[in-house]
Unconditional design. Structure first.
Length: 281
């Protein structure tokens, strides 16, 4: 089922995600398309939209706190020597067209606009694939092209002086429950160990659900993971972990993250096996 404003992703005929293309959001939330709700095959929701703790967390999507000083993440901007600051610097991701729309995925064109000008043009490719009768995979690729005549750079609160806050890129806000989710990778256990690592995959396991996030290209795997479990459950990849990421005029940044969405609480071996199945060479 589709219309101009949203579409529904399906796996084996079952709805697993709603994609909103033109959300009606306040400018301070950096309006952008998002997936919410995303569910397991059994119907358990594994995303949140504008939760009270972070109104600008919008399910699953791409959010970047600093594109040449413009905020495409939402909320306050971290300013060196000042901390989180309310600034009138928010941008928006504007849906242009779908190149492809199918029940199991889509290819979308977007414009990243701030201060009345286009900074980036994005091609977003999203596909939903059945893995088992209790797990499916969301394959999410985004390509950001600098359409200005000058070089741009992408930053994060970490590059602006806030250690450990290198968020910006693909981001998934998971559901908040009474207890924080378990966090683990192939080699480590716990949020502190997973945060900032360049692990092949990182998992969140909650009450009856597990999400396993995997970088699906060599370049994507070089980005560290941004991981939260206790304050709120969320995982993203970091485009600008230690230094700003330059994007020369006409150049393109491409990243691909595949997320396993499973019913039940997977162990390490089960998570690894599903990642291998989900991520094609």
């Amino acid at each position: 089922m589709m219309n101009d404003e949203s579409l529904v992703l399906r796996v084996a005929g079952r709805p697993v995600g709603r994609y909103v293309t033109r959300p009606a959001l306040a400018p301070t939330l950096s309006p952008r398309p998002y997936l919410h709700p995303v569910t397991t095959l059994a119907g358990t929701a594994v995303t949140e939209l504008s939760p009270a703790d972070h109104l600008h967390h919008l399910g699953v999507g791409v959010a970047v706190p600093d594109v040449e000083g413009h905020n495409f993440w939402g909320g306050r901007t971290f300013v060196r020597d000042r901390g989180p600051t309310e600034l009138a610097n928010h941008g928006a991701q504007r849906h242009t067209a779908f190149q492809l729309r199918d029940p199991d995925g889509f290819v979308q064109e977007l414009r990243w606009v701030a201060a009345g000008a286009e900074l980036l043009r994005e091609r977003r490719t999203v596909a939903a694939t059945e893995l088992t009768d209790t797990a499916w995979a969301l394959d999410f690729t985004f390509s950001l092209t600098n359409t200005t005549s000058a070089p741009l750079s992408i930053g994060s609160p970490a590059t602006n002086g806030r250690p450990g806050a290198a968020y910006g890129g693909f981001f998934w806000r998971a559901r908040k429950e009474a207890e924080p989710p378990a966090v683990f990778t192939a080699d480590t256990e716990g949020e502190d160990a997973a945060h900032g690592t360049r692990a092949g995959w990182v998992a969140l396991a909650g009450d009856g659900w597990t999400l396993v996030f995997a970088g699906a290209t060599d370049r994507t795997r070089r980005d560290p993971w941004f991981v939260r479990g206790t304050e709120y459950p969320g995982v993203g990849s970091s485009l600008a972990p230690e230094e700003r990421l330059p994007v020369p005029a006409g150049e393109t940044v491409v990243r691909r993250v595949v997320t396993v969405v499973a019913d039940g609480r997977l162990d390490r071996a089960e998570a690894a096996a599903l990642v291998r199945k989900a991520v094609s060479p």
